[in-house]
Design a protein. Structure first.
Length: 86
């Protein structure tokens, strides 16, 4: 639950306090946190932008794909308004 509150505060600060228009982030496909990123992105109105294939060289010498995400301020605000109305 602490993570959720921290995440909400982080996103609020990014878009409301600091005035960012877009938050972009990525995850190596297969990382255990990937599904959480997918859910969080959907919850806050973001989207999966795409996949960069063979983008990340891991310490074991394998190349892995990188999933790209973004959340726009307007989409974040829409989802926040929707959640607040419930």
């Amino acid at each position: 639950m602490v993570f959720v509150k921290d995440l909400q505060k982080f996103l609020s600060d990014i878009f409301e306090r600091f005035g960012f228009n877009k938050l972009s982030y990525s995850v190596v496909i297969g990382n255990p946190i990937e599904k959480s990123y997918d859910r969080m992105t959907h919850k806050y109105g973001g989207r999966i932008v795409g996949v960069n294939r063979n983008e990340v060289l891991l310490s074991d010498g394998t190349l892995n794909d990188l999933k790209l995400y973004e959340i726009l301020k307007e989409d974040y605000n829409f989802m926040k308004t929707r959640r607040d109305a419930k």
